[in-house]
Ligand binder design. Structure first.
Ligand code: SF4
Length: 207
């Protein structure tokens, strides 16, 4: 009670409580991922690889790129991909240089990816219950936090607007569309901010 009187706005430890809430969310999402992966005879990392290979994305479909995306070592991801090959879900083909191996889902892999796709349905349902303005503001905030974490070396790969060289921050006065995409040459509404943009190009360190 004393703390509330001294802090009528309730901002004491706000960042701590936000971090705690995000950590709790992370626990919940890991638990959901484990449940879904186990139901399909996969590990959570194998599930992430299958889902990543099923998405149209600017990311390279190679072991090293997947390893960077999911913050694991290349040998760890290589083991996961080898297991997926054994299960008949993934195949490798030579890349343009003849050495790199390009990964793709087999027909069975595509079918499994379709079954795995709703793994985070409870989170999507919870978000859908919120007003669109709240969701847009949350997306905006999280993309800035993730962009900052990437610049600090905590998050290794993020093909999001806030880490893109084409992103123009706060270039417009409209609070619903304050940023600009210099590739599209158009304002970016908060609801249009991208989390895995095929056109993404990493911003330089100085940016
Ligand atoms: S190119 Fe894509 S990621 Fe980059 S600012 Fe434009 S919409 Fe965002």
């Amino acid at each position: 009670m004393t703390e509330h009187v001294a802090d009528p706005g309730g901002t004491a430890d706000l960042d701590r409580r936000l971090a705690d809430a995000l950590e709790r969310l992370g626990h919940g999402m890991r638990s959901l991922a484990q449940r879904s992966a186990r139901a399909h005879g996969l590990t959570p990392l194998q599930q992430q690889a299958v889902l990543a290979l099923s998405r149209p994305s600017g990311a390279r479909k190679e072991v090293a790129a997947l390893a960077a995306e999911f913050d694991v070592t290349t040998p760890t991801m290589s083991d996961a991909v080898t297991a997926l090959e054994r299960k008949g879900l993934v195949s490798r083909s030579p890349g343009l240089d003849g050495r790199r191996r390009v990964l793709s889902l087999t027909e069975e892999g595509e079918a499994v990816a379709g079954e795995l796709a709703p793994w985070d349905g409870p989170l999507l349902a919870a978000l859908a219950a919120l007003p669109v303005g709240d969701r847009a503001a949350a997306l905006h905030t999280l993309l800035h936090v993730i962009g900052d974490l990437q610049r600090r070396g905590v998050v290794s790969v993020a093909r999001m607007c806030t880490t893109c060289r084409f992103f123009g921050r706060d270039e417009h006065t409209d609070p619903a569309a304050p940023h600009h995409c210099h590739l599209l040459k158009a304002p970016l509404a908060l609801t249009d901010l991208q989390t895995d943009c095929p056109e993404h190009r990493p911003a330089t360190a100085s940016a």
